[in-house]
Design a protein around this ligand. Structure first.
Ligand code: PXP
Length: 235
């Protein structure tokens, strides 16, 4: 199982103060040193966290695989064609949402999504679609020309404990279906140190994409050292 680390929230902390630190590119290098198989960032239309400059720096520095989540807009497809990340994951984007709220409606937007996939592939970029674990959406993915899907694990992560087993079954079935269609299968959204186990055990899923929980833990496990270092300076 590969792990791609989503470092959006390093930029969230920086943007909260419009400051110079922390630099996402430094976080990417540290994640790679720790063994991450890839780095993921989401370039949102509103530039809430990642900025265009971050993507240019990351493209230069990331030596594993750079995966950029984007909406299938003209603006984003032009940026991707110039930047040439290793992979683009097409995601829906709603104005004002706190985070991505669900998978793409691939079935209803076949033409627009196929056109975006075509533009990415012309630029030599692997195209992946973020889809809910729903048979209709999974079966609509292959015909767009995309070669990978990322199955939305958010409904499983958000489910009360009593419903989690049923949500895992949906992810297993979606993963099996996508693999049978010849797609590479990834998963992500809402995964934590507590809930990742059953998803990591699904054999068809080859990569997980995890952000919030890793950055949240980094803040806590790193705080003691950070305080000690400042104490040494102020005393
Ligand atoms: N996959 C997709 C498509 C996402 O939009 C996100 C959040 O940016 C993630 C995975 C990572 O989710 P989380 O931050 O909850 O680990």
């Amino acid at each position: 199982m590969r792990l791609s680390v989503n470092i959006d929230h390093v930029a969230t902390v920086r943007q909260a103060r419009r400051a110079r630190e922390p630099e996402p590119v430094t976080a990417a290098a540290l994640a790679e040193l720790a063994g991450a198989d890839g780095i993921t960032v989401h370039l949102r239309g509103d530039r809430r966290h990642m900025q265009d400059r971050d993507l240019r720096l990351l493209r230069d520095v990331v030596s594993t695989r750079l995966n950029v989540e984007m909406a299938a807009t003209d603006e984003m497809m032009s940026i991707a064609s110039q930047l040439k990340p290793d992979q683009v994951t097409l995601v829906p984007e709603e104005p004002g949402e706190v985070t991505t709220t669900g998978g793409l409606d691939v079935a209803a937007n076949h033409d627009a999504i196929s056109a975006a996939v075509g533009r990415l592939q012309e630029a030599g970029i692997v195209a992946s679609l973020f889809v809910d674990p729903d048979p209709e959406q999974v079966s609509a993915a292959g015909p767009t020309g995309a070669t990978a899907v990322e199955i939305n694990t958010g409904p499983y992560a958000d489910a009360p404990v009593a419903r989690q087993a049923a949500e895992i079954v949906k992810i297993q079935q979606a993963a099996r279906q996508a693999r049978a269609d010849g797609l590479e299968v990834l998963g992500g959204h809402g995964l934590t140190y507590v809930n990742v186990g059953p998803v990591a055990a699904i054999p068809e899923i080859v990569e997980l994409n995890i952000g919030h929980s890793i950055i949240a833990r980094a803040v806590l496990v790193g705080l003691e050292r950070a305080v000690r270092e400042m104490m040494a300076l102020v005393r």
